[in-house]
Design a protein around this ligand. Structure first.
Ligand SMILES: C[S@@+](CC[C@H](N)C(=O)[O-])C[C@H]1O[C@@H](n2cnc3c(N)ncnc32)[C@H](O)[C@@H]1O
Length: 300
């Protein structure tokens, strides 16, 4: 049965337990996701990738429908990104990595058969794999707490990709992980929400601070294939009050600079397929080339 739409005046029922974790820092004013009368990208993304009305508000759904009408490729692109989580995550698990940070995890998917969540995915490779779900949005964390991090070896953390050292030092993470062993980071469609310096800092800090053998699976929006369309998307987000920063291929290449790219390197997400995969992707990708992805690995 479909979930009832969330009424505009109702906050999420599941509020996160903070257990001493610091609130993520903000530079000024309340975070925009608290304003449920305005669309918020995380909720719109969830709505357009099959989330229905479970995590979204009327403002998100109205804006999402208008976006889908004006720029239908955008939803396609979001779904390709969502689907790539299966591939990107399994690639990291098949490197032998057994502990994962799903950084900017977003809302739990409603399409679990097609796009399993991170825990069941990595546990197809390592039955004891541990997963920390991380997001800066406390509503996402509320759902991560109640729907994603529900069993042993899993947890959620409210943290900011702009402060990787704080994330890696958080008590919950230190408790869950062995910080001398490699960690896989799933970083899909998060860097476009960060400024240029913040994104570079995040990638540099991950490289610097993660244990040897760690790896990142990255997806990042680009306007290289469809500059006019992407400009329209950026404008649509700007009108909704959100900064979205697709980057050119050379900028994304710079972001992954400190990392060793795994084959086949930076590719449109719909076309990315590891050459050494044991497990086949679970669904085919419609053609859409607005994102690129680069699973990477430390050189050590
Ligand atoms: C478009 S969703 C992508 C969700 C998921 N990674 C996926 O690819 O399906 C972007 C997510 O990144 C989160 N996010 C944005 N900025 C962040 C930051 N500075 N730190 C942590 N998470 C962030 C948002 O709250 C949102 O849940």
């Amino acid at each position: 049965m479909p979930d009832a739409p969330r009424p505009d005046n109702a906050p999420p029922q599941a509020l996160i337990r903070s257990e001493g974790e610091p609130e993520a820092p903000y530079d000024g004013g309340p975070p925009a996701y608290d304003n449920i009368r305005k669309p918020w990208p995380g909720r719109v993304y969830d709505y357009l990738t099959g989330g229905g009305a479970r995590h979204s508000y009327q403002s998100d759904r109205a804006w999402g429908r208008a976006l889908d009408k004006a720029l239908p490729w955008a939803k396609n692109s979001m779904q390709i990104n969502r689907r790539h989580k299966v591939t990107g995550t399994l690639v990291l698990a098949e490197l032998g990595i057994e502990q994962f940070i799903d950084l900017g995890c977003g809302y739990p998917t409603n399409r679990k058969q097609e796009w399993p969540d991170t825990v069941p995915l990595v546990r197809t490779v390592h039955s004891d794999a541990r997963v920390m779900y991380v997001d800066v949005d406390r509503y996402v964390c509320a759902f991560a707490n109640t729907s994603l991090a529900t069993g042993p070896g899993t947890d959620f953390l409210r943290a900011d990709a702009r402060d990787v050292p704080a994330m890696l030092a958080a008590g919950r993470l230190v408790k869950l992980f062995d910080l001398t062993e490699p960690i896989g980071v799933i970083l899909h469609d998060v860097l476009p929400w960060l400024g240029d310096e913040e994104a570079a800092q995040a990638m540099g800090d991950l490289h610097e601070l993660l244990p040897a053998g760690s790896a990142v699976s990255l997806t990042h929006a680009t306007g290289d294939e469809n500059p006019a369309g992407m400009e329209q998307l950026v404008e649509a987000y700007a009108e909704a009050g959100c900064d979205y920063r697709p980057r050119a291929l050379d900028q994304i290449t710079e972001l992954v600079g400190p990392w060793d790219l795994l084959d086949p390197g930076l590719q449109p997400t719909s076309q990315w397929a590891a050459t050494n995969r044991r497990t086949s992707p679970r669904s085919s990708c419609p053609s859409c080339a607005s994102r690129r992805t680069a699973p990477t690995r430390t050189p050590r």
